[in-house]
Design a protein around this ligand. Structure first.
Ligand code: MN
Length: 195
């Protein structure tokens, strides 16, 4: 059994199936119905070296809200399941990622205590079909359903497409670091004895 998980969720608004392998090579098969979200999840998988399958059938005739929020919920649940007992993992991860004019910080702790601090300015209201105010909702959903402390901070940025892309790449790199097994860690990396 590798560190993989498949989570399915079906409501009147969305039908979602996500499979993640934390020990992958960055392969992905993504179909969310939202082109820009596909772009973000493909590069999340690539830069985090996760294998990722995402299939979403959402009520896009309403807007992208439900699909993006529910994608975050299910991705967070899949991450939490795949991480498993957290024994031997580094727990913390961070990345300061440059992308053209953007400098993006992501830092996270797989602490079991959900928290999101999000500080970024998305100047455009939309990128493609995606409503950019949903990006914060996505990361909120991921952080809460993965029981993860997540900080996302834009240090510098101008172009909204670049800023969001910087977030997904920095988040991927930070998560990859946090889930990495370190042979020097015999059990849980916690003086309290629980995560
Ligand atoms: Mn791009």
């Amino acid at each position: 059994m590798g560190r993989t998980a498949t989570v399915e969720r079906k409501t009147k608004e969305t039908e979602i199936r996500i499979t993640i392998d934390l020990d992958g090579t960055g392969e992905s098969n993504i179909d969310t119905g939202i082109g820009f979200l596909d772009h973000m999840l493909i590069l999340f998988a690539k830069h985090g070296l996760f294998d990722l399958e995402v299939k979403i059938k959402g009520d896009l005739e309403v807007d992208t809200h439900h699909s993006i929020e529910d994608a975050g919920i299910v991705l967070g649940q899949a991450i939490l399941q795949a991480v498993g007992d957290k024994k031997g993992i580094r727990r913390y991860g961070s990345c300061i990622l440059p992308m053209d004019e953007v400098l993006m910080l992501a830092a996270l702790d797989l602490s079991g205590r959900p928290y999101l601090v999000y500080d970024a300015e998305l100047k455009a209201e939309r990128v493609g079909a995606l409503e950019t105010e949903m990006i914060k909702e996505f990361f909120y959903a991921v952080s809460y359903s993965a029981a993860m402390n997540l900080h996302i901070k834009e240090i510098h940025g101008e172009n909204t497409h670049h800023v969001i892309e910087g977030m997904f790449k920095a988040f991927a790199k930070a998560l990859d670091m946090a889930v990495t097994v370190d042979e020097r860690i015999p059990g849980l990396l916690s003086t309290k004895g629980s995560l």
